[in-house]
Design a protein. Structure first.
Length: 621
């Protein structure tokens, strides 16, 4: 137990942890901490918008518990939930002490256990019901223990949380922001702040406000504190949400990721074969190859697929490549060669931008004075405010570099750039009439991994058992109306509409097609149809304003559709194709495939995902 608690304290007090000095969350986590001391068992959910500091608060709570020896924290990232809650808890404990298990830990009588569950909204929707059942069992079997969840605000909480304390991390009001800023701002700057369009969007986040205030307080002593904290946040969060052992040297791992990033950017590779990765690690670290490789594949930035790996998001790849280039500044000649080569690659411009954002002002001045003309021109075009702030830094006329307004502009620029680079894609899934769509579970797991700068938001729709009712046109019409309601309720959750895609199988294609026909508000960016029971004369041309791209996967040996086309209202487009062939409709035929043959995980990865992501069509043989 002592080994576990000591490893926890060392980890959460590490200098590599960002925002360790912030006080924005103190009031809330201190309240949680005190409630836990007073009550025999605490049950709480902390809600807030992305970036409000929910996970950072759990970090701080874990540190306070270990320092005060008043509880045993277990940090559990629910984005890793896949099969068993107890197994997930065991793996979370194993990061800090491989010899300790949950069964051993819960027998500890001296201190209560604190379950710190991060990201309730990140539990795969197809597994949510199973997770809630396991959670109820955990609550019943672990009296006098404390359980704290974090979740995004718009997430609908299950009834199991109805009697729990709910704590919201609300955006700060203008008055609260100004009270917090206090004497740090003169009257002239207050006027500039209040008139800035970035004022409320940036400073209403407690985490961002505290970061900016801390940066101002540090002044010239620690140049660009804000930028370094934002840069280190990504690496830290990738580690704390993974199963990476806390005993592995983080510098070694970061250096490895940088080496893999620069190699994949220069060679324009997405996937890196295992042997190739190990050769890079061997080149950098020699005898540690297997140990480092095993650690790297357990980091959140890395996705593993059989005998190959890739960066889970393009932003991970570009950020680690940028850090590699910054280190090259110690050798200007090498830096110039590296930046020019990187700039010429497909992801090169993003890397150069990340490099400039993560560099401190001293490094930025070197970049602007030494980099090639085309690199500087790109930085001027893509990051004009930050470039200008560096150019004007020594001017007597510019006294705002360490001011709050200057930092707010920098933060707003970084946030806006991140928003533009990441796409949110809603994926609906409609199963067939004879099954409840087990393929949706496979798809949910793949969507959680197959990202490249996108976030897939999976919304499967289960309309229940419909075997006999398929013959009843009134029952069919009712299901079409129910899907319209599901669609609208889902889209209402997102103030900024994401891209919308849908995958439908068998009778699900009937529901989808007729919903698009009946309800003008149903619009889709990309549609995949499998075993479609729509009629071959479905009027796609008249519906061209409601769908951007359709992929009809045709099974040439689909026996079920031979019967389906004799049922009034149904057809066999999943076997015979559509008669109308507008430019946005594409058909890919698998000559020998039957009605439910196209659900294999490798087929999903190679045919579905590229289309859902960017509309990339399968190649017809």
């Amino acid at each position: 137990m002592d080994k576990y608690l000591k490893a926890l304290e060392n980890y959460y007090s590490s200098e590599q942890r960002p925002y360790i000095e912030l006080d924005s969350a103190k009031q809330i986590y201190q309240s949680i901490f005190n409630k836990g001391l007073k009550n025999s068992e605490l049950k709480m959910v902390i809600t807030g918008s992305p970036g409000s500091g929910k996970t950072t608060m759990l970090d701080q709570l874990a540190l306070e518990l270990t320092r005060s020896k008043s509880g045993i924290p277990i940090f559990i990232s629910l984005s890793n939930y896949s099969s068993s809650l107890e197994r997930l808890i065991d793996r979370s404990i194993g990061r800090f002490d491989a010899d300790l298990s949950f069964n051993t830990l819960k027998n500890e009588k001296k201190q209560p256990i604190w379950f710190l569950f991060d990201g309730l909204d990140e539990v795969p929707s197809s597994l949510y019901k199973q997770f809630i059942g396991e959670l109820k069992e955990l609550v019943i079997n672990n009296n006098h223990q404390h359980i704290v969840f974090t979740s995004r605000k718009q997430f609908e909480l299950d009834d199991v949380f109805s009697r729990w304390d709910i704590t919201n991390i609300n955006p700060l009001s203008s008055k609260e922001i100004m009270d917090y800023i206090g004497e740090r701002v003169d009257k002239k700057e207050i006027k500039s702040l209040l008139s800035s369009p970035h004022f409320f969007p940036v400073l209403s986040s407690p985490l961002m406000l505290s970061s900016i205030i801390k940066a101002v307080d540090k002044g010239k002593v620690k140049d660009n504190y804000l930028q370094t904290q934002i840069a280190s946040y990504m690496g830290w969060r990738g580690q704390t949400k993974s199963f990476l052992s806390s005993g592995i040297d983080k510098n070694t791992l970061n250096n490895t990721l940088e080496a893999l990033a620069i190699d994949s950017v220069l060679n324009e590779l997405v996937w890196l074969e295992t042997d190739y990765v190990k050769s890079i690690i061997c080149r950098e670290f020699g005898h540690k190859t297997d140990v480092v490789y095993d650690a790297v594949i357990n980091m959140d930035p890395i996705q593993v697929d059989e005998n190959r790996i890739r960066f889970r998001h393009k932003s991970y790849q570009t950020a680690y490549c940028a850090r590699y280039l910054i280190k090259k500044l110690s050798n200007i000649e090498s830096f110039l060669i590296s930046t020019d080569t990187v700039f010429s690659k497909s992801n090169g411009k993003l890397v150069i931008e990340d490099m400039f954002l993560e560099a401190n002002n001293g490094q930025r001045r070197i970049i602007l004075s030494k980099a090639s003309r085309h690199v500087i021109k790109h930085l001027n075009n893509s990051l004009p405010n930050i470039v200008n702030s560096v150019v004007l830094e020594d001017s007597d006329a510019n006294q705002m570099n360490d001011s709050i307004l200057s930092l707010v502009k920098t933060a707003a620029s970084a946030l806006d750039r991140n928003d533009k680079r990441r796409r949110d894609i809603i994926v609906f899934a409609l199963h067939g009439f004879n099954t409840r769509g087990e393929w949706k579970n496979t798809l949910a797991a793949i969507l959680g991994q197959e990202t490249d700068g996108e976030k897939y938001i999976f919304h499967p729709w289960d309309y229940g058992d419909f075997k006999i009712s398929i013959l009843n046109p009134f029952s069919r019409r009712k299901k079409v109306k129910e899907f319209q309601s599901f669609y609208n309720q889902t889209l209402d959750m997102y103030p900024i509409k994401p891209e919308v895609c849908v995958i439908a199988h068998s009778f699900g294609t009937f529901i989808l097609g007729n919903s698009i026909k009946r309800f003008p508000e149903l619009n889709f960016d990309r549609v995949i149809l499998l075993g479609s029971v729509l009629k071959s004369d479905f009027p796609w041309v008249k519906l061209k304003s409601r769908v951007n791209k359709v992929l009809n996967l045709v099974g040439g040996s689909d026996t079920a559709l031979i019967i389906a086309k004799w049922i009034p209202g149904l057809g066999s487009a999943g076997r015979d194709g559509f008669l109308e062939q507008p430019t946005f409709l594409h058909e890919h035929k698998e000559e020998y495939s039957d009605h439910s043959d196209l659900f294999g995980s490798n087929y999903i990865k190679s045919k579905w995902i590229p289309f859902i992501r960017n509309g990339v069509l399968p190649q017809n043989k």
